[in-house]
Design a protein around this ligand. Structure first.
Ligand code: MG
Length: 368
């Protein structure tokens, strides 16, 4: 089987909550997502999605996905989409770095492999655990009172894990954590994600001020070393995210005892093939994971669900359903949240069927 053509579509994804805000005054109102369509000479077609969290979260931006595909696409034509390690080696030889550019092609090829073998992607990624996976809800950065109200509302919708966007003024963040914690019940999990927004002394202050709160602290500072210094003074379970973008730093963080949980994002690693390596390494090392992506709609959420549900449940800390945050649906068959949980499709591949009328005309076509 050979890849014959690659198309890309640009889709705007507005938010039900209008705006998503996090540390440092950063925000997004309409997400700019790229849906990648990979066609083959066997008639099978696969889909992937890459949606950066704006241009200032990770080293990725929406137009960069398309520009990168224009560069990378011709090298992928003629490759067998089912031979994923080989395909990734070809992509890495053709374009150094830029993992997020490769992610959409890789996901689409897993979709094709699943269709060709008549197996859901989660079974190809190692096997399906249980009936569904637990979701967290990200709580956009607002006043302490507004965030506490949002948590109460999403709790009523069935979520039991809440990731607060902090990383602002440390005193306000302390109030945010206390206000939200007051709304929680037994079994709920609270994560305060600073998204690199605190400097080291502020992070230590916040951790000490919420010493008595049952809360996880995620990525307090910009650098790995700053985070490690905070971790060593922090009584809370600790999550690393932005700094963990490859196997080298994952192994270093394990050796340094730098985290209890790691947040792995598909496009940060460059697709399902590469994140699977990191996921399986974490399973072997006993490190729990939040498995997700930067953002996305139905297709990204489908890929996340297959990754999450093929992970041993005791090491899957949480995952996310981005398609429920946005107002536009791009595919049939994507996971739908039920009582704060979602399930990967049992259909072959990702189990999604794109809504071509929503995708519109492709913005990019390579080959064919
Ligand atoms: Mg995070």
């Amino acid at each position: 089987m050979k890849i014959t053509r690659i198309l890309a579509y640009r889709v705007e994804l507005p938010l039900h909550e209008t705006t998503y805000k996090w540390s440092g005054g950063k925000s997004v109102t309409i997400f700019d997502s790229t849906i990648v369509q990979v066609e083959t000479d066997a008639g099978l077609i696969g889909y992937g999605e890459v949606c950066p969290l704006g241009p200032f979260y990770l080293p990725a931006y929406a137009d960069g996905v398309r520009a990168g595909l224009r560069e990378l696409g011709p090298h992928v034509l003629g490759q067998d989409p089912r031979q994923l390690a080989k395909l990734n080696r070809t992509m890495d030889a053709a374009l150094k770095g830029h993992p997020y550019v490769k992610s959409g092609i890789d996901i689409a090829c897993w979709d094709i492999l699943g269709q060709a073998s008549r197996l859901p992607v989660c079974e190809l990624l190692g096997g399906r655990y249980g009936n569904d996976v637990p979701l967290y809800r990200a709580i956009s950065q607002e006043s302490p009172e507004q965030m506490a109200a949002k948590v109460a509302g999403y709790r009523a919708e069935g979520y039991h894990r809440f990731q607060l966007k902090v990383g602002g003024d440390p005193d306000v963040d302390i109030a945010r954590i206390h206000a939200v914690a007051a709304k929680l019940q037994t079994g709920d999990r609270l994560i305060a994600d600073a998204n690199t927004g605190w400097v080291q002394h502020e992070a230590v202050r916040v951790a000490k001020a919420v010493r008595d709160v049952d809360v996880y602290i995620e990525q307090p500072c910009l650098t790995y070393e700053e985070c490690l210094a905070v971790r060593r003074q922090c009584p809370h379970p600790f999550v690393l995210d932005e700094n963990i973008d490859g196997l080298d730093v994952l192994l270093r963080a394990k050796a340094d005892l730098a985290m209890d949980v790691v947040n792995l994002k598909i496009s940060k690693f460059g697709g399902l093939t590469k994140i699977r390596q990191a996921r399986d390494l974490c399973v072997s090392m006993g490190i729990a994971m939040t498995l997700e992506d930067s953002w996305g709609g139905d297709i990204a959420t489908a890929a996340i669900a297959h990754l999450a549900q093929s992970t041993p449940p005791e090491l899957l800390f949480t995952t996310t359903d981005f398609n429920s945050y946005v107002t536009v649906s791009t595919a049939e068959g994507a996971p739908q949240r039920v009582k704060g949980r979602m399930a990967a499709s049992t259909a072959p591949g990702l189990g999604i069927r794109p809504k071509l009328a929503v995708l519109g005309e492709p913005v990019l076509a390579i080959g064919g």
